[in-house]
Unconditional design. Sequence first.
Length: 173
Amino acid sequence: MLIFNPKLSVSPITTHIPLDKVKSQIKKSKIIKKVKVIDAFYRKNFKKKPNIAILGLNPHNFSPSNKSVEKKIIYSAVKSLIKSKIKVTGPVSTDSSFVNIKKFKYDVIVGMYHDQVLTPFKALFNYKAINITLGLPFLRISPDHGVAEDITGKKIANPESLIESIKFFNNIN
């Protein structure tokens, strides 16, 4: 899942799982794989080497343990990605990451869980975003909010994300 806007995209490592399950699902290999797929997508479709920020899990990346997710998993993944010539920074403190997008010129922010990146992203861009499913043998694009079954037929849906999806598809093909 890459939630895309031309100014910034976000991608969570875990999606739609309870918060107390997130830590156990964060794996170095999962971070590396996801970031490599994002990097390849940007290079292929935008002819650009993206600047990617990877967020920590804990507030301010602090945990008194030497075995913290940031030290043991995220930092290790970042080091591996840098060796692979991917432009990546991390772990970045979550609370300032979205404030610093212009300063550090991030193209993508990768978070550890769904709401860590989608909540601030949607506050910034509202419906001016699309969901791109990466890693498939074909391009899959949809509105970033899903199909909104709960409001079908009520004539209250905001079509902006659907329009952005169509524009993106027409521009990429």
